[in-house]
Design a protein around this ligand. Structure first.
Ligand SMILES: NC(=O)c1ccc[n+]([C@@H]2O[C@H](COP(=O)([O-])OP(=O)(O)OC[C@H]3O[C@@H](n4cnc5c(N)ncnc54)[C@H](OP(=O)(O)O)[C@@H]3O)[C@@H](O)[C@H]2O)c1
Length: 334
């Protein structure tokens, strides 16, 4: 497989390169690209040194796949060039996710949709992926009625600059005892704070991120009428998104059966014993592949509903790993 990575210097790109040697992919050629700021920069991958190339026609020539993880604008260009050069684009941006002819894929849920691509495959948003996997496990036994989800999203979900901003603001407080007023990424200080807004507001007063969780989950699960209400919150955590999820069914669920559903689901791990303080935390989830579930309990206000807590590394299963798993499916089917 001849593979190109656009955004190789970014938060996702770096994790992609970290995970690649442990994948089943047979990479015969690897090309790396990023913004004009990084052209010529050297990156070590395994025992070789790679030079960041310009995202021009030459980059695409002869490749089988390009993974683009930069921005929607970059993905639009990557889509045009990939088409021109007969390269399949695996896209991490939100640009094409809801297009009818673009499969939006989580290999544990809908790998068959890869058969119907038109040259572009999209990866879901990093908050959507864990939610969709949890719901997919649950719906194998119980019909879903309504979902309420609150997210606690790490700053790495916004990329390298946001990680820097959190670290700088936290350092500033530790050194001066004062809250930092210097901010470049978020509309409020994120160090020692949290921000109940992820992305731009929409007409209905939800944010773009919250609506992505609804529309993307519906598409992946092929459940166009699924009811989901999300509140997305940015928290001062470097890696791993957490989600508090309330799921209502049409019947009274059995908790031990639900635990078994999660235990049997590939890619989900249950850590759930509050008597020993056992539940997943973002620090625990960092760098791990699975979606972790804990705090499983019946909703005392509704006998047909449950509450649970989910942690998933936004840079791993939320982005890079999901892309690698898609490539592995392609490699398998030829
Ligand atoms: N972070 C996550 O958890 C996550 C999860 C799912 C999806 N995504 C999506 O993944 C994409 C990248 O996110 P990230 O968090 O890795 O961001 P990031 O840390 O800010 O990295 C952005 C990458 O894009 C490159 N880039 C910027 N402008 C470019 C251009 N004009 N042409 C080519 N490359 C360019 C940057 O190169 P330089 O280093 O040269 O600036 C860098 O490699 C975004 O679309 C994001 O929505 C992110």
């Amino acid at each position: 497989m001849k593979l190109g990575i656009i955004g190789a210097t970014g938060a996702v790109g770096k994790v992609f390169l970290d995970l690649l040697p442990n994948s089943n992919l047979n990479i015969t050629e690897l090309r790396l690209s990023a913004s004009s700021r990084s052209i010529g920069k050297k990156i070590n991958y395994q025992s070789d040194e790679y030079t960041i190339q310009e995202n021009s026609d030459n980059f695409y020539l002869g490749l089988d796949f390009v993974f683009s993880s930069a921005s929607s604008e970059v993905s639009k260009i990557a889509a045009e060039k990939s088409k021109e050069h007969n390269v399949i684009l695996i896209d991490d941006s939100s640009e094409f996710r809801l297009n009818d002819d673009v499969p939006l894929v989580i290999p544990e849920i809908n790998p068959d949709s890869l058969n119907e691509h038109n040259g572009i495959i999209a990866i879901p948003n990093c908050t959507t992926t864990p939610l969709a996997m949890i719901l997919d496990a649950l719906r194998s036994e119980y019909e879903l009625k309504r979902i309420i989800v609150d997210t606690y999203q790490a700053v790495s979900g916004t990329g390298n600059l946001a990680i820097e901003e959190l670290i700088n603001q936290t350092k500033h407080y530790l050194e001066t005892g004062k809250i930092s007023e210097e901010m470049n990424v978020y509309p409020h200080t994120i160090g020692l704070n949290l921000i109940p807004q992820v992305e731009a507001p929409q007409e209905n007063l939800y944010t773009k991120e919250e609506m992505k969780m609804l529309y993307e989950t519906r598409k992946i699960l092929s459940e166009p009428n699924l009811k989901i209400s999300a509140t997305c919150v940015r928290v001062p955590v470097i890696r791993c998104h957490s989600e508090s999820i309330n799921v209502e069914f049409f019947s009274n669920p059995d908790l031990s059966l639900i635990t078994n559903l999660f235990n049997d689901y590939k890619g989900i791990t249950v850590i759930d014993d509050i008597s020993t303080n056992s539940y997943p935390t973002p620090i625990f989830g960092e760098g791990k592949n699975d979606v972790f579930v804990g705090r499983l309990r019946k909703d005392i206000s509704n006998e047909n509903a449950i509450n649970l807590w989910v942690v998933s590394d936004n840079l791993v299963k939320g982005a890079a790993l999901n892309a690698i798993q898609i490539l592995e499916v392609f490699q398998k089917i030829g």
